[in-house]
Ligand binder design. Sequence first.
Ligand SMILES: Cc1cc2nc3c(=O)[nH]c(=O)nc-3n(C[C@H](O)[C@H](O)[C@H](O)COP(=O)(O)O)c2cc1C
Length: 204
Amino acid sequence: MFRKIGIITGSTRPGRKSLAIAQWVQQHAQQRTDADFDIVDIAEFKLPLLDEAIPSSAGQYEHTHTQNWAAAIDSYDGYIFVAPEYGHSISGALKNALDFVGPEWNDKAAGFVCYGAGEGVRAGEHLRLIAAELQMATVRAQVGLSLHSDFKNFETFSPVPLRNQQLDLMVEQVIRWSTALARLREVERGDSLLGASSTRVASL
Ligand SMILES: Cc1cc2nc3c(=O)[nH]c(=O)nc-3n(C[C@H](O)[C@H](O)[C@H](O)COP(=O)(O)O)c2cc1C
């Protein structure tokens, strides 16, 4: 089965590193033949601070910017988050983008490329908790990039060779779980169309 994976940039500031890292992820992952990898740049969606009246878990969106974001997120089987560490957590921009929509994240796989002065470990741990609440299945393998060793002069992205292996493993795990969860979503869609719970049990 052919899967569609969204690589989500986790920052929006001028001079951010997330886009260059997302491009590296895409170029590397695209060598695979079982999935497509798009960059989903949160900056391009120009999301304001959350301005929807109804909590996103209801999946009812009033504003065009939210509907556009929801349609983009809904179109993927899984995600790779490129998440910088800000204040020992993820960036406000990424948290806001995560909060904006609800069901579109559910029953999807997620992997992380985190970065910061200390490989973005704390951002990754916080992101795992948030993803769990959004019913994403987060894979174990993770890429951690350090400003000290993976960027020349703390600026230009230049990953050490080990990062390619870490990325390969994480992408493999995301695709495996994306494939498994796509089946689950198919079965559930069949259920709601047919209104027959027995279909689900039989298909599982
Ligand atoms: C507001 C802010 C807070 C930060 N806090 C941390 C931090 O707690 N730990 C860390 O390792 N790096 C921290 N950094 C460094 C960032 O991880 C690093 O600058 C990274 O490149 C930011 O991602 P971006 O370039 O995509 O915006 C912080 C940077 C910013 C701008």
